[in-house]
Design a protein around this ligand. Structure first.
Ligand code: AHG
Ligand code: MN
Ligand code: MN
Ligand code: MN
Length: 289
């Protein structure tokens, strides 16, 4: 099942066709390089390699005017006429959860297709989604029409769920950061949730969010005492997964408002990230108010 917008379909097809190659290419690229990315993180060889592979291919798509990545300081101007009707900006987290390379745990690739010059509000997204490198390589794609899940194999994508919807009853939760570093009001909220739901936290945003999409519940990487802006990046992580979860019938929040309404100052802005069932996000915002 293809995506109706031809430029978005080209972006999605490029990422899904690259997924098997990226998964294979992780082998032998698990080490770190002595470079830091714009977020000040030590980069894995695979971070850089996946970014170069996806950057070249996505920037070459007609209709893609900008390419930006967690791993690059600057936005790549892809030459498409930014004022053209179908000129989109593509923001990518080439390898999400790359710290899981060492422990051979779940990772992902996240993308957002913005109908605006970057940095942009999540409300300007026309599509977003992710590849999940789990036991099976799957891809979840959200558009303003629906959320679809595919299994990827040999460059082909097969629909396995054409209407991904957050289950009404929450079952799992996962919160990032360390308990002593959580602000007191978040600690109070977390204690309540911990007494109601089952812990699922794997250290890769995409793996943890896919648990929430599958079972219902919430994932959060909250504002920390040591880092009030949180850890996750708005353009490359918060907006895309906020869009997916909201399109799947859930909610997103930075603690006070939908992630998609947050006005970015800079490309690599961080934000507190919370996604999940409506009532859980409502309780969070009421606790933090
Ligand atoms: P990335 O590998 O793209 O830098 O993302 C890592 C992020 C996200 O995947 C995950 O939710 C979070 O970092 C985990 O952080 P901790 O290691 O602090 O748990
Ligand atoms: Mn990183
Ligand atoms: Mn990430
Ligand atoms: Mn990453």
């Amino acid at each position: 099942m293809t995506v109706s917008d031809p430029v978005v379909e080209s972006v999605v097809a490029t990422i899904s066709r690259s997924a098997t190659e990226i998964r294979q290419g992780l082998i032998g690229r698990r080490g770190t390089v002595d470079e830091e990315n714009p977020s000040g993180e030590t980069q894995a060889e695979a971070d850089i390699w996946a970014d170069e592979l996806l950057g070249d291919r996505l920037a070459a798509i007609d209709g893609v005017g900008q390419y930006a990545s967690e791993e690059r300081t600057e936005i790549v101007d892809c030459g498409a006429d930014p004022s053209a009707a179908e000129s989109y900006a593509v923001a990518v987290d080439p390898l999400d959860g790359s710290s899981n390379l060492k422990s051979n745990n779940t990772m992902g690739t996240i993308f957002g297709v913005y109908d605006a010059a970057l940095p942009a509000r999540g409300e300007t997204l026309v599509a977003a989604g992710f590849v999940l490198y789990g036991p099976i390589t799957t891809m979840v794609i959200a558009t303003d029409e629906t959320v679809t899940e595919y299994e990827l194999s040999g460059g082909e994508r097969t629909v396995v769920d054409r209407d991904v919807t957050l289950p009404a009853e929450p079952v799992v939760y996962g919160f990032g950061g360390r308990v002593p570093d959580w602000p007191v009001d978040f600690r109070e909220y977390a204690r309540e949730i911990e007494s109601e739901l089952k812990l699922r936290y794997g250290g890769a945003l995409i793996g943890d969010v896919n648990q929430v999409l599958t079972y219902g519940g919430t994932f959060g990487y909250p504002a920390l005492e040591s880092r009030p802006e949180g850890k996750l990046r708005l353009q490359f992580e918060g907006n895309p997964i906020g869009y997916v979860v909201e399109q799947a019938g859930g909610r997103s929040s930075d603690g006070t408002q939908s992630l998609l309404a947050v006005d970015p100052d800079a490309l690599h802005d961080r934000t507190p990230v919370h996604v999940g069932n409506d009532d859980l996000i409502e309780r969070l915002e009421a606790t933090l108010a």
